[in-house]
Design a protein around this ligand. Structure first.
Ligand code: G
Ligand code: G
Ligand code: MN
Ligand code: NA
Length: 259
């Protein structure tokens, strides 16, 4: 079997799982949401990293079905929270899902999303956040502007993932309605040792502030980084310092612990 044949069967064989990485608001000392990250467990291959199969899924077009599965799974979980008044720490109010540029560029992306949300029964659509990359918004085409407007109409939140590492120019920040910039983890990793990374992080946070966008710092691994970023005005953090991505039970248990 090639990787592609195995990947094709992974959805019907229920081989995918979502893991959840908490996003922590440091002033509330509380988890306010989580990023969903896909995991693939195959009988023959064992655990396969998304770094190894997402690019293949993009090349082969399987990303559309896989992406729908991820969105549906996140919406079902949110609907469950809505129904049961969970999660139990009161501040946790959204899940963020990664959307690949191939998915975003498909003409019926917003339509598919609408359908998935309707099927899930989810009512409060601001509980769902889409993480787009700069690659999604690179071309400023009529189609991408239209898709973004449709997403806005649906009412989901939109963040830009890996901000500062893409190929786009910045003018989309003026034209597109967004909520959050996620400072790429490479800048966070180097912000203590490298003055240039420090300068970039400062610029991103101050620009987001001026644009009325919130920031999330990703890949925070130690208190030095946390303190530095906090002093720049960043409030929301994601990284191994708090938790790695974990299975749903572990995530919901984490919500009840204090930070
Ligand atoms: O957890 P990490 O190894 O989880 O993820 C590796 C890469 O795979 C990251 O760039 C991440 O954005 C990407 N990734 C993880 N889950 C998904 C997903 O559901 N969809 C897409 N398109 N990318 C994902
Ligand atoms: O591209 P994206 O930002 O979606 O990818 C998130 C990736 O970063 C996932 O692979 C996730 O497991 C990983 N990650 C999350 N927190 C940390 C961290 O603190 N340090 C490192 N090195 N990786 C992290
Ligand atoms: Mn992401
Ligand atoms: Na990122």
């Amino acid at each position: 079997f090639t990787l592609e044949t195995l990947l094709k069967k992974a959805i019907e064989n229920a081989e995918f799982e979502l893991h959840y990485q908490p996003q922590v608001d440091i002033s509330l000392k509380s988890v306010i949401g989580a990023e969903c990250l896909i995991r693939w467990n195959n009988d023959q291959l064992g655990w396969v990293s998304p770094m190894d199969f997402i690019p293949l899924a993009e090349e082969t077009g399987l990303i559309h079905d896989i992406g729908d599965w991820v969105l549906a799974t996140a919406c079902e979980r949110l609907r469950h929270w809505e129904e049961t008044q969970a999660p139990f720490n009161k501040t946790c109010s959204y899940l963020a899902v990664n959307v690949s540029p191939r998915q975003f560029a498909k003409k019926d992306f917003a339509q598919r999303l609408r359908h998935i949300i309707l099927s899930s029964g989810l009512q409060d659509l601001s509980m769902l956040e889409l993480e787009l990359t700069e690659g999604c918004l690179m071309h400023h085409s009529y189609e991408s502007i239209k898709t973004l407007a449709q997403l806005r109409n649906i009412g989901v939140r939109i963040s830009i993932d890996d901000f500062g590492t893409g190929y786009s120019n910045l003018s989309y920040l003026r034209n597109f309605p967004l909520d959050t910039l996620k400072v790429d983890q490479s800048f966070v990793r180097d912000c203590i040792a490298d003055s240039k990374s420090r300068a970039i992080v400062k610029a991103i946070i101050s620009m987001a502030d001026g644009l009325g966008l919130s920031t999330i710092a990703e890949g925070v691994e130690n208190h030095e980084q946390l303190t530095f970023l906090q002093n720049l005005g960043c409030r929301v953090f994601q990284g191994y310092l708090f938790s790695k991505p974990v299975a749903i039970d572990e995530f919901e248990a984490f919500l009840n612990e204090s930070i």
